[in-house]
Ligand binder design. Structure first.
Ligand SMILES: Cc1cc2nc3c(=O)[nH]c(=O)nc-3n(C[C@H](O)[C@H](O)[C@H](O)COP(=O)(O)OP(=O)(O)OC[C@H]3O[C@@H](n4cnc5c(N)ncnc54)[C@H](O)[C@@H]3O)c2cc1C
Length: 436
């Protein structure tokens, strides 16, 4: 087992969450994790597990033991004929994507970055876009979980099925996930088309956009009527070479130039409106064709705070119109685009897409800029539409709200109490969102 001894300070990706754990441990085997759990149980010291630290909320904060599974990574066994692979929980999605491609396999869908750990991604319900595609958690066939009693529980749709539905999205409250069996697809290529249109046109034709493309999302630039559309569909066409144009767009425009403009907005917030208009005017259109793992994710060098909620998909037009009205009348200094994605309904107890075909709407604010008033105003709209917040992103909701938003809330809490009666895996933030 390695001790991360350089420093005991921990900080998340956005820099908004910090903690000083008593120790940061990096076990290399299931047996070492069992020893950690047993020691913490004896010492009555809490444990939190961290993936890549890309959540915006205080999920992994602890003054006790912080466990990183960075050394527990890779694919554990031969791939089965039905394209099911067992993956160690600490495996990073980017590594997994490359390895799977070598094996001529791929994940069904992914979000817009790939630096998360597999267990971290599934534990907060990380999703991509596509109305016929579920979140990453829906790709799971089986989970191996170490609980507070140091029991090893294997769960799936057929074994311990209630625990499985709870563990597919559990915020690390049921124990430490060590292995995940994933249902994969044969490797596939995606044709990725970036377009530009107006918000009005996009909302008018949203049913077509979302049903006629395998993956569809759009970004609306506040204080303009402009959106960038992104659609992806499976293709047999030849891979397109990485052109200078694409490099210029992904790295220079979307990161370097956007970072400079964002810094301008941080120093002179009144420039936000103009910067949003400049960014909208500079939207590029284009096509890219490549294997899926090389298409889904893009580099993100510009740091921000984010709030994202999920809603019944047919509310998308009404919600976007209310957000537009709110931004137009409240004069918020915001230049980051608003992201809109679609996700298939599922049956996972704590999934924001639980039993409803969903639209996810995300708002962002550049790191270092005041975001609370803007997020509060938009969250008030989100609340009106039965919004369920993304578990890894900023929100102000508590256990009382969740007990009304999630039909299987009590069932999840019963399972959590059964597996961790003494709250070994809890922290103050989790108490607020889990316990009424
Ligand atoms: C730039 C950026 C882009 C993003 N894009 C998307 C996106 O496209 N779609 C989307 O849905 N989300 C997105 N997110 C959110 C992100 O995917 C989630 O917050 C995700 O949980 C982060 O994964 P992580 O490995 O960093 O986990 P962490 O943030 O480190 O941990 C998340 C949770 O997982 C738990 N956990 C981690 N490992 C284990 C384990 N082995 N056993 C039990 N519990 C564990 C932790 O305790 C914690 O509760 C984005 C975030 C950022 C910063």
């Amino acid at each position: 087992m390695k001790l991360n001894s350089k420093t005991n300070n921990w900080i998340n990706w956005s820099g908004s969450v910090k903690c000083n754990p008593r120790e940061i441990l990096m076990p290399e085997s299931q047996q070492e994790i069992i020893s950690i759990i047993q020691n913490c149980m004896v010492q009555k010291s809490s444990i939190r597990v961290v993936g890549s630290g890309h959540s915006f909320t205080e999920l992994v904060v602890t003054s006790g033991t912080l466990v990183s599974l960075d050394l527990l990574k890779g694919i554990t066994s031969d791939i089965k004929a039905d394209n099911v692979a067992t993956v160690f929980a600490g495996t990073k999605l980017q590594w997994l994507g490359k390895k799977l491609l070598e094996l001529n396999l791929a994940q069904e869908n992914l979000g817009d970055i790939d630096v998360q750990s597999l267990a971290g991604a599934i534990s907060t319900g990380t999703h991509g876009t596509g109305i016929k595609l579920g979140s990453v958690s829906t790709q799971i066939k089986e989970i191996t979980l170490l609980t507070a009693n140091a029991d090893v529980i294997v769960c799936s749709e057929s074994i311990n099925s209630d625990i499985f539905k709870a563990a597919q999205i559990s915020l690390g409250t049921l124990g430490i996930i060590t292995e995940i069996k994933l249902q994969l697809l044969p490797a596939y290529k995606l044709k990725y088309v970036k377009g530009k249109t107006t918000l009005d046109e996009c909302l008018y034709n949203i049913e077509n956009y979302k049903t006629e493309n395998r993956n569809f999302e759009f970004y609306w630039f506040p204080n303009t009527n402009i959106v960038q559309t992104k659609s992806m569909n499976i293709t047999d066409e030849k891979i397109m070479k990485r052109s200078f144009f694409k490099y210029f767009n992904d790295i220079i425009l979307e990161n370097v130039v956007f970072k400079l403009l964002s810094e301008l907005c941080r120093i002179f917030p009144f420039l936000c409106k103009a910067v949003s208009k400049i960014s909208a005017a500079a939207i590029s259109t284009g096509v890219d064709i490549n294997f899926s793992a090389k298409i889904y994710a893009t580099p993100r060098f510009v740091k921000f705070q984010e709030m994202e909620y999920s809603f019944p998909a047919n509310n998308v037009v009404a919600i976007l119109n209310e957000i537009r009205e709110c931004i137009n009348t409240s004069y918020f200094n915001v230049h980051f685009p608003i992201e809109v994605r679609f996700v298939k309904a599922d049956n996972i107890y704590l999934s924001p897409a639980f039993q409803r075909e969903s639209v996810y709407i995300a708002i962002h604010m550049y790191k270092g800029m005041e975001y609370k008033k803007y997020f509060e105003a938009i969250e008030n709209i989100f609340k009106k539409y039965d919004g369920r917040p993304h578990w890894g992103k900023i929100h102000t909701r508590t256990a009382k709200d969740f007990s009304q938003l999630y039909p299987m809330w009590n069932k999840f809490q019963d399972i959590r109490m059964q597996l961790d009666p003494e709250g070994l895996f809890m922290n103050d933030y989790l108490k607020k969102i889990m316990i009424q």
